[in-house]
Design a protein around this ligand. Structure first.
Ligand SMILES: *Cc1c(COP(=O)(O)O)cnc(C)c1O
Length: 482
């Protein structure tokens, strides 16, 4: 049984005011002078978007099923008013991450500077494949990747490359690790990670031509952290058998409960055995950006590679993920093919030779502008708010011994009734989620260690104490009916 979106109280966006829209929009902006038609349409589109954002708190985070506009192009192209009306229909049915009750996933509302930068990046339409197609942006990309790598604790000279999502960053990390640590290894090579590591590792192993058991999932302790003794035992066993180890993947911020693996002991072990350490800090990486929270990820800087998803915590528009490496030449050594149809790179290699992607958009622009908008203090403030909300929700729920809470040092909290069997937990989570949705509070429902939980991600800066009190009240009430 799948959950249906709650029935929609259909509340369409107000139609745009009678507009001075131009009768037509040329398919390409006029290169000879200011294109006032395009300017006007962008203006109207901006108004449409701002209205959609401005009503975020008065509409549910998950809208009811909406009407989709026609999908197929008509024989003749449409004028701007029709284009905007069609866009509006799609917007009616969009998920609203800025609703204060949007707490289900790692999808925060977008930073405004990031939205602006995304629009500019679309207009520039540069290509990070090669220097000559993105002169300033490529320099910005290289230099911001280097800066963030060092901010996360990697050594001077560290760098990296943006990727369209953390799954791709993890895949590229493992491909690089294999190339560096066991070149030529066949399907007998393995990757070590914890039971709670992200599913993208399963995908990566598949894409790399390895059988599914090549991903060894090690047990976690009661706090959801990789069991270091189990790791040690497994490494010793594999070494004795002569099995090639591609990498150890530690997770800094597991997807269900935000646990951080013991990075320092894992790093020590990896160093002793000359193993590649990849840290999947897709979620936790943001906390290492600022001094106050950096200790939550102590040891991160000892990694050979790190996945970090600014899209998940600090509101950079999607997609924004980075693969950061202690030694950037390892990316070149793994992915460079030569680009015989391009002028040589004039500064340290083309973007298209440092990862799997060829053509890439200027995702760096929205990360750069978003960070500039926030400043380090703004990042600190966002993270502190998220942690404060997690602590508040824990304080509200913890006194009830019927609940089993699962949290780590980050801003995620999963919970379930302690004594229910898996089937009852599935029903409880489904009914409670539905009940919360009726109050415009959206949680997710992960199945973790055999039981369904409800999970709150507390990174939404619009969520107030009152929302959390209501969430706790409804949750506690749900226990009385089970
Ligand atoms: C979300 C997530 C990923 C995958 O990132 P995508 O951007 O969704 O591809 C990888 N690892 C962890 C820990 C995650 O939470």
């Amino acid at each position: 049984m799948t959950l249906q979106p709650i029935p929609s109280r259909t509340c369409p966006l107000e139609p745009l005011a009678p507009s001075p829209l131009p009768a037509s929009l040329a398919p390409f902006a006029d290169p000879l002078g200011l294109d006032t038609s395009l300017e006007e349409v962008l203006h109207q589109a901006a108004t449409l978007l701002c209205r959609w954002m401005g009503r975020a708190s008065s509409h549910p985070p998950l809208p009811g099923l909406s009407v989709l506009p026609a999908v197929e192009p008509e024989r003749e192209g449409l004028p701007p008013d029709r284009l905007l009306a069609d866009l509006q229909l799609v917007m009616e049915g969009a998920y609203q991450p800025a609703h204060p009750g949007a707490l289900a996933h790692l999808d925060p509302p977008p930073l405004t500077a990031s939205v602006v930068a995304d629009m500019i990046a679309a207009g520039l339409n540069n290509n990070l494949l090669a220097d000559e197609l993105s002169p300033s942006l490529r320099r910005l990309e290289r230099s911001l990747c280097g800066l963030i790598a060092q901010r996360l604790g990697l050594p001077a000279g560290a760098g990296g490359v943006p990727a369209s999502g953390g799954s791709l960053s993890n895949l590229m990390a493992l491909v690089t690790a294999r190339e560096q640590r066991c070149p030529g290894a066949g399907p007998e090579a393995v990757v070590l990670a914890s039971a709670d590591a992200h599913v993208s590792l399963d995908k990566a192993v598949r894409v790399m031509g390895l059988p599914p058991p090549a991903l060894h999932r090690l047990p976690v302790d009661d706090d959801g952290r990789m069991d270091i003794e189990a790791l040690e035992g497994q490494v010793t066993r594999l070494r004795r058998q002569g099995t090639p180890i591609i990498a150890v993947v530690a997770t800094a911020g597991t997807t269900v409960r935000g646990a951080v693996d013991p990075l320092l002991p894992v790093a020590r072990l990896c160093r002793a055995h000359d193993l590649w350490l990849h840290v999947d800090a897709a979620i936790g990486g943001a906390f290492a950006l600022v001094p106050r929270h950096r200790s939550r990820l102590a040891g991160l800087g000892a990694a050979d590679s790190i996945t970090f998803n600014p899209q998940k915590v600090i509101g950079i528009t999607k997609t924004s993920s980075l693969l950061l490496v202690a030694d950037p030449s390892t990316l070149q050594a793994t992915f460079a093919t030569g680009l015989p149809y391009m002028e040589p790179s004039w500064e340290g290699g083309h973007g298209g030779e440092e990862g799997l992607q060829g053509t890439r958009p200027a995702e760096i622009l929205k990360l750069w502008l978003g960070l500039r908008q926030l400043g380090w203090d703004g990042v600190d403030h966002l993270l502190e708010g998220a942690l404060r909300r997690r602590r508040q929700l824990v304080a509200l729920l913890a006194p009830d011994a019927r609940l089993l809470l699962r949290a780590g040092p980050l801003h995620l909290l999963a919970f379930r009734p302690r004594d229910l069997d898996p089937e009852a937990c599935a029903r409880w989570s489904q009914l409670t989620r539905q009940r919360l949705l009726e109050h415009r509070l959206m949680l997710s429902r992960p199945c973790y260690q055999g039981h369904h939980h409800l999970k709150a991600v507390l990174g939404n800066p619009h969520t107030r104490s009152g929302h959390l009190e209501q969430l706790a009240q409804l949750t506690l009430a749900s226990l009385n009916t089970f």
